[in-house]
Design a protein around this ligand. Structure first.
Ligand SMILES: *Cc1c(COP(=O)(O)O)cnc(C)c1O
Length: 452
C-alpha cells in the first residue's frame, strides 16, 4: 500500500515513510492510495480481542512492516491500558452506548494513536540505527499523550513546549512527573500560540532541524488516523446484530481527526449510518455541517479546552474525498481558505454527518443530567456529545477523556469530583520542568544541549 498526498505534488511513499515524514512535502496530508473493502471480513472479526483486531486492520495499511513486528508493536502499545477490553463499550440506555476511550496512560483517547506512534518511532530508530528528537507544542492532552508514547524509548528524545500557567495542573503533572531522562517538558513564558510560533521558527531552520534529527508530533500523522479507526470497528462489532445497521457515532470534535478516522472506516465498507460532530462553543464544524460554509473564527476558551480549535487540521483529508479525489481542486480550495478564511461547498453529504454545539452552561447542565439519570460521570468534552442525541438511532458516544482529568468542571456540576489512581499517584512525584522564554534561540540552545 502506498500513500499519496491530498495535494498531488508528492510521489507516493510507503507507510513507514509517510509516518516518518508526517506532513507531505507539498504541504498536503497523506492518505492511502486506495481504501480496501473490509466488509467481507467483518463476520470473521467479531470475536477478536482489541489487539488482534488492530493487527488484522492495520496490516492492510502498514504493508512494509513485517507482520510479526507489527503484532509486537501493537501488543506493546495496548499493554499499557488498564482495562482488559482496551476500549470498553458500556450500554447505559436502550439505544445509548458509551465507548470509553480513556483507559490509556494519560486517560484520554489520544493514547490510542500516540502509544502506537511512539512504538513505531522506536522501531524505526532501532532499524536505522539513528536517533530521533520529537518536538511538539501543546495546550494539554496531546503533549501528555506524546510524552507517554515515547517515555523511556531508546534513541528517542521528546521536547514538549507548553504555556506556563495555562495547562491544567493535572495535565502539567502528566508531562513533568514522568522521571524519564528522555522527556523534556518546557514551560514557556507566553501563550499556546507563542509556543507554536517558536516551534515553527525552529523547524524553519532546516540545518538545525536535520542536525538534531527533529521530528514534529502533531495531529496529522496518518498512523494516528488509522490507529483511531480501530476502536470504531471494535465498538461496531460488539453491538448485537439487530443494532448494527442503525448506528450513529457521536464524536466530541476539535481537529476533525477522530471523527475522520470513523468516516474512513465507513468508506471501507462498514455500514455505519451516521456521525454526529459534537463541538463546544468553538463551532466551526457545526457551522460547516449546518450551512455548508467552512469559515474559521476566533478561538474562545471553554470547559472543554482540547476542543478549543477553529481550524480543523484534518479537514483537508475529508475535503479530498468531498472533491472527488481531485488534488488540483484540493489545492484551489485550500488556497481559497488560506486567502479568505472560508469556503462554501455546493454539496455536502448531510445524510451522513450531523452536528451540534454546546456552550459551557450546557456542558455543566449535561454533566449534571447524565449523572442524575444514569449515575455516570462524563468529562466536559464527552458532555458535548449529549447535546442532542438522535432517538431514532442507536448512538455510540465516544468518551474522549476520564472525568478525573477535569476536577473543576465536574465539581461545578456535581459538587464533588471523581479521582483516578493514575492521577493521584502523580501528586506525590516531583515536577521536573524547564522555564524558558518564548524565544527560538533560547529553546534551540536547550535542545542542542539535550538532544539524543
Ligand atoms: C484532542 C481531544 C479532542 C478532539 O479531538 P480531535 O481529533 O481534535 O477532533 C476531544 N476530546 C479530548 C479529551 C481531547 O483530548
Amino acid at each position: 500500500m502506498k500513500y499519496i498526498s491530498t495535494r498531488g505534488q508528492t510521489d507516493p511513499v510507503s507507510f513507514t515513510e509517510a509516518v516518518a515524514i508526517g506532513l507531505a512535502p507539498d504541504g498536503g496530508l497523506f492518505l492511502p492510495e486506495r481504501l480496501p473493502d473490509i466488509s467481507p471480513r467483518l463476520a470473521a472479526w467479531r470475536n477478536l480481542s482489541y489487539a488482534e483486531l488492530c493487527l488484522e486492520f492495520l496490516k492492510n495499511f502498514a504493508t512494509d512492516i513485517p507482520e510479526e513486528v507489527l503484532e509486537r508493536l501493537i501488543h506493546r502499545s495496548y499493554a499499557t491500558f488498564t482495562h482488559p477490553d482496551i476500549a470498553p463499550l458500556r450500554k447505559i440506555d436502550d439505544r445509548l452506548h458509551i465507548l470509553e476511550l480513556f483507559h490509556g496512560p494519560t486517560l484520554a483517547f489520544k493514547d490510542f494513536a500516540l502509544q502506537f506512534l511512539g512504538n513505531l518511532y522506536g522501531w524505526q530508530c532501532e532499524q536505522s540505527g539513528k536517533s530521533i528528537n520529537v518536538l511538539g507544542a501543546t495546550s494539554g492532552d496531546t503533549g501528555a499523550a506524546a510524552i507517554h508514547g515515547l517515555l523511556g524509548k531508546p534513541r528517542t528524545g521528546i521536547f514538549v513546549l507548553y504555556p506556563e500557567g495555562r495547562v491544567s495542573p493535572l495535565q502539567e503533572r502528566q508531562m513533568t512527573c514522568t522521571g524519564a531522562a528522555n522527556v523534556h517538558a518546557i514551560a514557556i513564558d507566553g501563550s499556546f500560540d507563542d509556543a507554536q510560533r517558536v516551534l515553527k521558527d525552529i523547524f524553519a531552520n532546516k540545518t538545525f532541524a536535520s542536525e538534531h534529527r527533529l521530528s514534529a508530533v502533531n495531529s496529522i500523522n496518518i498512523a494516528r488516523v488509522l490507529a483511531q479507526s480501530v476502536y470504531y470497528l471494535y465498538a461496531w462489532l460488539r453491538l448485537p446484530e439487530s443494532d448494527r445497521l442503525n448506528v450513529e457515532f457521536v464524536v466530541p470534535t476539535g481537529n476533525f481527526g477522530n471523527v475522520f478516522a470513523g468516516w474512513l472506516l465507513q468508506q471501507m465498507g462498514v455500514p455505519i449510518v451516521g456521525f454526529k460532530v459534537a463541538t463546544n462553543r468553538n463551532d466551526i464544524l457545526h457551522r460547516l455541517f449546518t450551512t455548508a460554509e467552512y469559515r474559521s473564527g476566533e478561538v474562545h476558551p471553554s470547559l472543554a479546552p482540547s476542543m478549543d480549535i477553529q481550524v480543523a487540521s484534518n479537514f483537508e483529508r475529508f475535503l479530498y474525498y468531498a472533491l472527488d479525489e481531485n488534488p488540483t481542486r484540493v489545492c484551489t480550495v485550500m488556497a481559497q481558505i488560506k486567502a479568505t478564511g472560508s469556503y462554501r461547498f455546493d454539496l455536502l453529504n448531510k445524510s451522513i454527518f450531523s452536528s451540534s454545539s454546546a456552550t459551557d452552561v450546557e456542558i455543566t447542565e449535561i454533566i449534571h443530567r447524565i449523572h442524575e439519570r444514569y449515575r455516570y460521570i462524563v468529562d466536559p468534552h464527552t458532555a458535548c456529545a449529549f447535546k442532542d442525541i438522535n432517538p431514532q438511532r442507536v448512538s455510540i458516544v465516544l468518551a474522549t477523556a476520564h472525568p478525573a482529568k477535569f476536577p473543576d468542571a465536574i465539581s461545578a456540576a456535581l459538587g464533588q469530583a471523581p479521582t483516578a489512581p493514575a492521577l493521584e499517584d502523580l501528586k506525590s512525584r516531583p515536577i521536573i520542568k524547564h522555564r524558558l522564554p518564548a524565544d527560538a534561540t533560547a529553546i534551540k540552545d536547550f535542545i542542542a544541549q539535550r538532544a539524543i
